[in-house]
Design a protein around this ligand. Structure first.
Ligand code: DGL
Length: 250
């Protein structure tokens, strides 16, 4: 399978990491809209417009399916994108919710969702989880983590202070949904803040689980997944981040 991955910027590489590790895919075409990141503070119409423009980029490639690694895009633009596409497009919210169901999490266990302002305001995670009967959900906007990750801050005092700012009144959750592509990069710090107790739901691992089930995918053991990286601005910078995060150059 040749697949596309779309994100507002570099964060979607955290999803690419899981896709590569799965060994289910022959080739990944990645497009980051680095010229216009962040999406998480924009309004719905802008997010949809940018996402449809990104779809045009993928017309240059013969892909079998597209993953919108960005939670913000998944929350607002998936339906419009699917209407305009010949191949299926999957977001990361349904798969994240499925991952909660597949873990040992009871309906009244506390679940903490952290994401961008736009994703939290869409209520997509909250509604999907309540429809399944989960009753103890807290959702908070933690947008400051995004520029920190972009700056390469994955631990240390500034991050600790920001976690205290967001979480001081939050009890340790049973599960924490990392509802933003950037957050897996600070997953160790997030886990440590809550004494390593929460089960972390990571968009990349969740979408791999979801696609495996849906397409009955098999691992291709003797072949590395090819990765091609494109961006709307400073593609060299994005490729450098990919080298650092994935140890992978193409
Ligand atoms: N990729 C976005 C997400 O997962 C985070 C960065 C942004 O705001 O664009 O929601």
């Amino acid at each position: 399978m040749k697949i596309g991955v779309f994100d507002s910027g570099a964060g979607g590489l955290s999803v690419v990491k899981s896709l590569i590790k799965s060994k289910f895919f022959n080739e990944i075409i990645y497009y980051g809209d680095t010229a216009r990141v962040p999406y998480g503070i924009k309004d719905k119409n802008t997010i949809i417009r940018y996402s449809l423009e990104a779809l045009e980029f993928f017309n240059n490639f013969d892909i079998d399916l597209l993953i919108t690694a960005c939670n913000t895009v998944s929350a607002y633009a998936l339906e419009e994108m699917n209407k305009q596409s010949k191949y299926p497009i999957f977001g990361v919210i349904d798969s994240g919710v499925m991952a909660v169901e597949n873990r040992n999490i009871s309906k009244d266990d506390p679940i903490l969702i952290i994401a961008t302002r736009a994703t939290i305001n869409s209520n997509r995670y909250q509604n999907a989880l309540s429809n399944l009967g989960y009753s103890n959900i807290t959702a908070i906007q933690t947008g400051l983590f995004v520029p920190m990750v972009e700056e390469g801050i994955f631990d240390g005092e500034i991050l600790n202070a920001t976690m205290r700012h967001y979480f001081s009144s939050i009890a340790t959750p049973k599960a924490m949904i990392l509802g933003c592509t950037h957050f897996p990069l600070i997953s160790n710090s997030l886990q440590n803040y809550f004494d390593k107790k929460p089960i972390l739901i990571h968009s990349g691992e969740a979408i791999v689980e979801y696609l495996k089930q849906r397409y009955e995918l098999n691992r291709i053991e003797n072949q590395d997944t090819k990765l091609k990286i494109f961006a709307s601005d400073n593609v060299g910078g994005l490729r450098k981040i990919a080298d650092k995060w994935l140890g992978y150059t193409q």
